[in-house]
Design a protein around this ligand. Structure first.
Ligand code: MBD
Ligand code: FE
Length: 310
């Protein structure tokens, strides 16, 4: 057996030093994490016989990934963002908590500060010739009773699968709203049926997916942040039942309990009653929140996002 160079005392001393373990300053937490990362990277390089060309390709890939702001897309595609949900689920189960609407990944396209509406909202600006979608439901608390005054912060893509803010051709906060539930815990929105998202075909995420023999599609979906005093913040999505990618999501966000059954209605009288013309869609979806075990649980993660709120 050949000796593993990465395990020798010389190399361990090198990495300890490089990770600041002999320095007084800096963050102990970051030092511990960095030592593990560098150590594991070295082991991968040695065990898998990573070539010089492969190593420098990876360094250049990271530069390109960051330059195109696609790191959030890649971690979703590699299943790591979903893995964080599995960890949270397991932590809750161990603590005897859980129940309520399942969580699922946020993805990289939330923008803080969407307009606040009471009970109901119109989310699209009328500029797209999409299928009108009426989305409604109720938010229930941990005790199973409707929650008045809960905030339903929702966002979704347009008919091309693009999100406002990131797609500068859309108006400000297009397809993004915060709806405060009414006295019966109800929210309702008039919007347009979103299209599924696809990673940019010439971006670094799709480049990696191609090398893995994978597509970069997500089914049509609507994202939600739900919050209410005394309840745990919930990050989730509803993935729409009609989409062929429903259970073939590149980001692994579709979960049992999070499929939104979409009904397409072709009935002139029903359309007239809704104040629309032609075919439209309906989705009903209720949420159930959990009691917050701690005050921090009421808040969403401090993940850096576009337009942080003051
Ligand atoms: C999306 O719209 C999304 O929701 C995720 C998770 C990843 C990429 C694009
Ligand atoms: Fe999305």
């Amino acid at each position: 057996m050949t000796v593993k160079i990465s395990h020798t005392p010389e190399v361990q001393k090198l990495f300890d030093d490089a990770c600041g373990l002999s320095a007084d300053q800096g963050s102990p937490r970051v030092k511990a994490l960095m030592k593990r990362i560098v150590n594991d990277a070295a082991k991968i390089i040695e065990d898998l016989e990573v070539t010089q060309d492969e190593f420098w390709f990876a360094v250049d890939y990271l530069n390109r990934l960051g330059k195109s702001y696609e790191a959030g897309l890649l971690v979703a595609g590699l299943g790591l963002e979903h893995f964080l949900d599995l960890l949270e689920d397991a932590k809750e189960a161990r603590a005897g908590l859980g129940g309520g609407t399942p969580r699922t990944i946020e993805g990289p396209l939330y923008v803080a500060g969407a307009p606040i509406c009471q009970g109901e909202a119109r989310m699209d600006d009328g500029s797209e010739n999409g299928t009108v979608m009426f989305l409604k439901g109720r938010v229930f608390g941990a005790d199973g009773k409707p929650l008045a005054g809960a905030t339903v912060d929702l966002w979704h893509a347009n008919t091309k699968g693009n999100y406002s803010f990131f797609d500068k051709s859309q108006s400000e906060y297009h397809l993004r709203r915060r709806i405060v539930t009414d006295a019966e815990g109800r929210y309702s929105a008039r919007t347009i049926v979103p299209s599924g998202y696809a990673c940019s075909v010439d971006g670094p995420t799709q480049e990696a997916l191609n090398l893995l023999g994978r597509h970069g599609h997500r089914p049509a979906h609507v994202h939600f942040f739900l919050s209410a005093p005394g309840h745990s913040h919930l990050t989730t999505q509803i993935n729409l039942s009609h989409d062929p990618y429903l259970w073939d999501d590149y980001a692994y966000a579709t979960r049992d309990g999070l499929v939104g059954e979409i009904r397409f209605v072709e009935d002139a009288a029903a359309a007239a009653a809704r104040g629309v013309e032609g075919r439209f869609a309906e989705v009903d979806f209720d949420f159930r929140l959990q009691a917050a075990p701690t005050p921090e649980a009421e808040q969403r993660s401090r993940r850096p996002r576009a337009l942080q709120e003051a």
